[in-house]
Design a protein around this ligand. Structure first.
Ligand SMILES: *[C@@H]1O[C@H](CO)[C@@H](O)[C@H](O)[C@H]1NC(C)=O
Ligand SMILES: *[C@@H]1O[C@H](CO)[C@@H](O)[C@H](O)[C@H]1NC(C)=O
Ligand SMILES: *[C@@H]1O[C@H](CO)[C@@H](O)[C@H](O)[C@H]1NC(C)=O
Ligand SMILES: *[C@@H]1O[C@H](CO)[C@@H](O)[C@H](O)[C@H]1NC(C)=O
Ligand SMILES: *[C@@H]1O[C@H](CO)[C@@H](O)[C@H](O)[C@H]1NC(C)=O
Length: 395
């Protein structure tokens, strides 16, 4: 009986597998239309490095492809370094990507005919990794931009030499922003005299652009090894160290603390910013950080306490969040009196000492007056001679 059920089960699962196969092969077949139109892959697909971390993909329509009135498009599939798939009716496309580990892409023709979508085979192409010995590339690259008062953008990058980089390695940093490329002229070195930091006080980065890419390329040279270049893409807003909020003013109105401030130096309007308000109660030691999206703030506080206040800013609505600004300078509000118990005790002690001193002085004074009013009864002076002057001495 059990054996029969077992066989039935196997048969049932085989049926299901068969049905699934039938169904999937059916659904995979939409490319065979009634009028058999052949779809040919594009030809002469090439990849060209057109700038730092930029590759131009271009191809030609297959000359064998019937032109007629079909809609022809191309399906582009980037496999590495970052997978991406899109379609285009053009025969070229530009991509920005870190190319140090190579680049590879597939492409095929898409043909739309009578609501039917037909596809050709894929054609493949790739760029090899950039040459160099392993572990010689820089690591831990990080970059920060800042908007200056003159509305230009500065750039500062730091990195670590690769573990396999010889001691004589000299690294060179380039940045590219859109079509502009520049090499760093202001390096800071580590103790082996290798460049590990670079500053551009002015760049071509447009502070008004949103979420544009800053390309960093670091290559190097050494007598003992080929140094493998390294590339990284940064979103210009994500690496921006936001400026500090300006003109922070804080005052008390009855039991409320009122604060106002101006947005940091930035081309973005004030609606783009959010703030963190740090409130520290110096009496109780309580700390609070409040998130605020306007430029002013009212909060009920304990008026017997003294507070310290700081504010920092970030942008986020108009673009990607950056690095939080530094905290603004500390501002104190509230009563100062009972703030410090030591000062309190000292004050009490001081008053007490003064009072005591005063009291003693008064007592002395009174005594003096008293003695003037009622001069002490003079002890009778010995007008008479001691009848027995020698008695004492004898004793
Ligand atoms: C593809 O490239 C080959 C060789 O470079 C060239 O002879 C041919 O004309 C090109 N095909 C097209 C369609 O441009
Ligand atoms: C091209 O399109 C027109 C109308 O859109 C149609 O009448 C004609 O048959 C089409 N030609 C071919 C070759 O498909
Ligand atoms: C460098 O980056 C690695 C991995 O991201 C991290 O583990 C390491 O702590 C970083 N080194 C320094 C010195 O920051
Ligand atoms: C580093 O890269 C720049 C830009 O591609 C290139 O001009 C330069 O020759 C390279 N230097 C080395 C040492 O590879
Ligand atoms: C900050 O205050 C100063 C002086 O009160 C004023 O000149 C300046 O315009 C203010 N800045 C902003 C951004 O409002």
């Amino acid at each position: 009986m059990a054996v029969l059920i077992y066989h039935l089960k196997i048969m049932a699962s085989m049926m299901i597998v068969f049905l699934i196969l039938l169904w999937t092969t059916d659904s995979v077949q939409p490319n065979t239309p009634q009028a058999a139109v052949q779809v040919f892959p594009p030809v002469n697909f090439t990849l060209t490095v057109s700038a730092l971390a930029q590759v131009l993909l271009h191809w030609k329509p297959n000359p064998n492809q019937e032109q007629k009135n079909y809609t022809i498009r191309y399906d582009v599939k980037i496999l590495s370094p970052v997978p991406e798939e899109y379609d285009t009716k053009k025969t070229h496309s530009i991509r920005t990507a870190a190319l140090h580990n190579g680049f590879s892409a597939h492409i095929r023709t898409l043909l739309l005919h009578n609501d039917l979508l037909m596809t050709s085979d894929w054609v493949k192409e790739k760029l090899p990794p950039l040459p160099g010995a392993p572990e010689t590339s820089v690591t831990n690259l990080s970059c920060v931009t800042r908007i200056t008062i003159s509305s230009t953008v500065s750039l500062h990058c730091t990195w670590l030499p690769g573990q396999g980089a010889p001691e004589d390695t000299k690294y060179f940093l380039f940045y590219r922003y859109e079509t502009y490329t520049e090499e760093c002229q202001d390096y800071i070195k580590d103790k082996w005299n290798r460049n590990t930091e670079c500053r551009f006080s002015v760049t071509q980065i447009d502070p008004e652009e949103v979420d544009n890419l800053v390309v960093i390329h670091i290559n190097g040279s050494s007598k003992y090894a080929a140094i493998k270049p390294f590339q990284q893409l940064f979103n210009q807003n994500a690496i921006e160290k936001v400026n500090v909020p300006r003109n922070v003013t804080v005052f008390l109105e009855q039991n409320d603390l009122l604060a106002t401030w101006e947005k940091p130096i930035s081309p973005f309007p004030k609606e783009c910013f959010e703030y963190e308000f740090y409130l520290f109660n110096l009496k109780s030691g309580n700390k609070q950080i409040l998130k605020i999206s306007s430029n002013d703030f009212r909060l009920q506080i304990d008026v017997t306490s003294r507070y310290s206040i700081q504010i920092r800013a970030n942008h986020h609505i108009c673009c990607t969040r950056g690095f939080w600004s530094d905290w603004s300078e500390v501002i104190y509000v509230g009563q100062n009196k009972l703030e410090n118990p030591v000062a309190w005790i000292l004050a009490v002690l001081c008053v007490f000492t003064c009072c005591t001193f005063l009291l003693v002085a008064i007592i002395c004074k009174i005594n003096q007056v008293w003695s003037k009013l009622f001069p002490p009864i003079p002890t009778p002076s010995n007008k008479f001679r001691d009848p027995f002057p020698n008695d004492y001495e004898v004793k």
